[in-house]
Design a protein around this ligand. Structure first.
Ligand SMILES: [Zn+2]
Length: 254
C-alpha cells in the first residue's frame, strides 16, 4: 500500500505501511497529519485514515472526520478544500487550475507518453525516395561535368581525372547539406516528409543542425557491413537504426 503524507506543507511519499508506521513512531507523522492513499476520495488526518483506523470510507461519512485541507496535485501546497478544484481523486489549488486544464486538454498525449516510432519499411521507403532525389541531382551533375571531363580527358592520359574527384566531393557536399539543412530546419528530408515521418531527439524535441550533421556521418557506419546498422531498426523496440543510437535520435510518425 502506497501512502502519501504532508510534511512541512509539502506532499511526501510514497511510503509503504511499514515506513508509515515508522514515520509515526518517529513523530514525523502525527494524529492530525494529512495522509492519502489510492482509493481514498480525499486527504484525511492520519488518526482517521491510517492503517490502524477504521475504514476510511466509514470515517469520511462522519462530517467531523472530513479533512478541511488538501494537497494540490500540481504545486504540492496545502490549501483549504473550499479553495480547491477537485478532479476525480485529485485536487488542485486555484493558482494551478490552468495547469490542470491544460493537462486535461492534452490528456490523450500525456496518457500515452510514448513516441509513435516509425517502422522499418516506412523508413526504408523514405530513404529510397531520398536516394532517388539525390540520384537525379547527381546524374545531372555528372552529365554537366561529363562535358568538362571530355575536354580534359586528352591531358589526363593516366585515366585518372581530377574532375571525377571534384564531382565526388561536390555530390557528397550536396547530400550532406540536403540532409543537415532539411532535418535541422524541418525535422525531415523530402523523402521523410512524403512518408509522413520525422527525426526527433529521444524526448521528442527538435534535432539541431549539429546533431543532424553528426547523424549524416553516422549513417556511413550504419551502411557498412551489408547495411546492418539500418536493418537493426526493424528489431529495436524504439525502431532505432545504428545512427539513431549514436546520435540519440528517433524517427516518429507525424
Ligand atoms: Zn497548486
Amino acid at each position: 500500500m502506497n501512502w502519501y503524507y504532508v510534511e512541512a506543507g509539502q506532499q511526501a511519499g510514497p511510503v509503504d505501511d511499514a515506513q508509515l508506521a515508522e514515520l509515526e513512531r518517529s513523530g514525523r507523522i502525527q494524529a492530525d497529519t494529512l495522509v492519502w492513499r489510492e482509493g481514498m476520495a480525499e486527504w484525511q488526518p492520519y488518526h482517521y485514515a491510517g492503517p490502524g483506523a477504521a475504514a476510511p470510507v466509514a470515517a469520511a461519512v462522519t462530517p467531523s472526520a472530513t479533512a478541511t485541507e488538501g494537497v494540490c496535485a500540481e504545486c504540492n501546497g496545502v490549501f483549504s478544500l473550499q479553495d480547491m478544484i477537485r478532479h476525480g481523486n485529485i485536487y488542485v489549488c486555484a493558482k494551478c487550475k490552468p495547469i490542470l486544464m491544460q493537462k486535461l486538454a492534452e490528456g490523450a498525449r500525456l496518457n500515452t507518453g510514448a513516441l509513435n516510432y516509425a517502422g522499418f519499411w516506412t523508413r526504408f521507403a523514405a530513404v529510397f525516395l531520398d536516394g532517388l532525389i539525390l540520384w537525379v541531382v547527381n546524374t545531372a551533375i555528372n552529365l554537366a561535368a561529363g562535358l568538362g571531363a571530355f575536354q580534359t580527358s586528352t591531358s589526363a592520359s593516366a585515366g585518372f581525372s581530377p574532375i571525377l574527384l571534384v564531382v565526388f566531393f561536390f555530390e557528397i557536399a550536396i547530400a550532406l547539406s540536403y540532409e543537415t539543412v532539411m532535418i535541422g530546419k524541418y525535422g525531415a528530408t523530402l523523402g521523410k516528409m512524403a512518408c509522413k515521418i520525422k527525426v526527433v531527439t529521444a524526448d521528442g524535441g527538435r534535432v539541431s543542425y549539429l546533431r543532424a550533421l553528426g547523424r549524416y556521418f553516422s549513417k556511413f557506419l550504419s551502411g557498412i557491413l551489408c547495411a546492418i546498422g539500418y536493418i537493426i531498426a526493424a528489431f529495436d523496440d524504439e525502431k532505432r537504426a545504428l545512427h539513431d543510437r549514436i546520435c540519440n535520435t528517433r524517427v516518429i510518425l507525424k
